[in-house]
Design a protein around this ligand. Structure first.
Ligand code: PGA
Length: 251
């Protein structure tokens, strides 16, 4: 695991975008896993800027998003498909057909989850998956208790995630947040050839400490990724504030 601690969220966004652009320059057909939420927004803005500047083309890149709310269609303003179109896809030269987000309104959500796994396999597997981390240690909607080998499936959101997502950034009232979602599993994520996890702000400090310094356990799903062969964490000082010396020195 490589841990890069930077001064603030802006530096994290720039470093993450450069990391991704570097991987695309080595492999223009990169299969890139993506995440939603507040954390990657700056990274996506930076990728759009770098694309406009001529630093990167996404013409042959294929993307897979981690998750989607069950029951929200892609044109719902709070759907993750809508978020991705607005924050990244509309600003770059990616082919819409190469962007994958689980379908939140599939008639058979379980079959959609299985088909999503198959689509990832058909694309050759994910080369690099960009990840956030929840305050409760979740990765995507793999809430505490998720098994290391879990695959794409329908899950219930935890109360703490519903609260975190209804603080006005996305939904303004807890009752507006869908209760279920389709999410790539911890095993789906761990299968990626490389992982890039971002964390910013003091609200993430305890989760990041458990993810990096804690004993791997489904109680903190992010900790299950500790043994991954190519795992980079980029975080700011606030998110790193509870890490031990070993993690701060890189391990
Ligand atoms: P956030 O969410 O980036 O909005 O904090 C991260 C997550 O819950 O995985």
């Amino acid at each position: 695991m490589r841990i890069q601690i930077l001064k603030n969220a802006g530096e994290v966004s720039r470093a993450a975008a450069c990391f991704i652009v570097n991987r695309i320059s080595k492999n223009p057909r990169l299969v890139l896993g993506l995440a939603t939420g507040s954390t990657p927004q700056g990274t996506y803005a930076e990728l759009v800027r770098m694309h406009r500047q001529g630093d990167v083309s996404f013409a042959d890149v294929v993307t897979f998003n981690l998750d989607e709310y069950l029951g929200l269609s892609g044109d719902h303003p709070q759907s993750y498909r809508h978020f991705m179109n607005g924050t990244l896809f509309s600003g770059i030269d990616i082919k819409p057909a190469n962007t994958h987000v689980p379908n939140g309104t599939a008639r058979d959500p379980n079959a959609e989850c299985e088909a999503y796994e198959q689509r990832i396999i058909a694309a050759g597997g994910v080369d690099l998956w960009l990840l956030g981390i929840g305050q409760n240690g979740h990765v995507a909607f793999n809430e505490p208790g998720s098994a290391a080998g879990s695959r794409t499936r329908v899950v219930d959101l935890s109360e703490s995630t519903i609260a975190a997502n209804s603080d006005g950034r996305f939904f303004s009232r807890p009752e507006d947040v869908p209760r279920r979602a389709l999410t790539a599993g911890m095993g789906t994520v761990a299968d990626a050839r490389a992982l890039l996890m971002l964390a910013t702000g003091e609200k993430k400090a305890e989760a990041l400490r458990r993810a990096i310094d804690g004993t791997p356990s489904p109680d903190c799903p992010a900790s299950l990724l500790q043994g991954h062969r190519d795992f980079t964490v980029i975080c700011d000082e606030l998110a790193a504030s509870l890490l031990g010396d070993a993690a701060r020195g890189g391990k």
